[in-house]
Write a protein that binds this ligand. Structure first.
Ligand code: ZN
Ligand code: ZN
Length: 238
C-alpha cells in the first residue's frame, strides 16, 4: 500500500453543471488528510466523496488546507469549513492554511481568515502539516495571484497545478512527483488563464502517464483523452 492516497472531491471547472469544482484530498496512512482547494458546499462535497470512496475524511483529522488562489471555484468553501470547525465542532485551534504571500495578503482581508492560521512561506521552503510536507510554486493565471503545490507524505509525492497557463517548466517541477493533477480549463492553446487539452496531449508519454486531468469542462471528451481524467469520488494510490 502506498504512503498516500488521493480522493478526487471534485473534477469540474468553474462552470460545470456535472461536477463539483476541482478539489482534492491527500490522505496519509494514519487517516490524517490535507485538503487542496475548498469549493462550496464543502461539507456536501466531502460527504459524497466519503460515500463514493469509502475513505474517511473527518474534519477532526484535517491537517490543513493548501489554497491555490482566490477564485470562487477554489475558495468559496473556506468560510463554511472554518465556521463549522470553530462554532459547530467547537474546535479551538485554527486550521493551518498554506499558500503564497500574494494570495495570503488578499485572504487575510476576509472575516473567515480568523478561523485559519496562514503559512505563506511555502514557496521559500517546504512546510509540514501533520504527516504532509508542502511546497508551492507561483503560476501565471491571468492577473490573479495563484500557485501550484507539491505534497509529500509516506515517501510518495503528489503535484497539483492549480489554475495556470500552460508552462513547460511548471510541468517539469510538478513531474518530480509520483502523480500529477493538471488543470485543463482552456478551450484552445495560448490561453492567458488556463491550459488546453491540445497543449497537454503533446507532452512526452512518461509525463502523460503520471498525469491526471482535473478542472475540466463538461464538454471535454473523457473517453478520447490520452491523459487519464480524474473521476469525481474515485481514490487514487499516489
Ligand atoms: Zn478554477
Ligand atoms: Zn482560477
Amino acid at each position: 500500500m502506498s504512503g498516500m492516497r488521493l480522493v478526487a472531491l471534485g473534477v469540474g471547472d468553474a462552470f460545470s453543471a456535472l461536477h463539483y469544482s476541482t478539489a482534492l484530498a491527500a490522505v496519509a496512512q494514519d487517516g490524517r488528510w490535507l485538503l487542496i482547494d475548498c469549493p462550496h458546499p464543502i461539507r456536501k462535497v466531502l460527504r459524497e466523496a466519503v460515500l463514493a470512496s469509502a475513505v474517511d475524511l473527518k474534519i477532526n483529522d484535517l491537517a490543513g488546507v493548501a489554497l491555490t488562489h482566490l477564485h470562487a471555484d477554489h475558495c468559496s468553501g473556506l468560510e463554511g469549513l472554518g465556521y463549522y470547525s470553530r462554532y459547530v465542532l467547537g474546535r479551538p485551534e485554527s486550521i493551518p492554511l498554506f499558500t503564497i504571500p500574494a494570495v495570503a495578503e488578499l485572504f487575510r482581508q476576509r472575516s473567515d481568515a480568523a478561523c485559519f492560521v496562514v503559512h505563506d512561506e511555502v514557496e521559500r521552503k517546504s512546510l509540514a502539516a501533520g504527516p504532509f510536507e508542502i511546497r508551492a510554486r507561483t503560476v501565471r493565471h491571468g492577473d490573479v495571484p495563484a500557485c501550484a503545490f507539491r505534497v509529500e507524505c509516506g515517501g510518495r509525492s503528489l503535484g497539483h497545478s492549480g489554475d495556470t497557463v500552460f508552462d513547460r517548466r511548471l510541468i517539469d517541477w510538478l513531474a518530480a512527483a509520483n502523480l500529477v493533477v493538471h488543470e485543463v480549463g482552456a478551450a484552445k492553446p495560448g490561453d492567458e488563464r488556463h491550459t488546453s487539452y491540445a497543449e497537454l496531449s503533446g507532452l512526452p508519454p512518461d509525463v502523460r502517464l503520471k498525469m491526471r486531468l482535473g478542472h475540466y469542462a463538461d464538454e471535454l471528451d473523457l473517453s478520447a483523452s490520452v491523459i487519464e481524467p480524474l473521476r469525481q469520488g474515485r481514490v487514487y494510490e499516489v
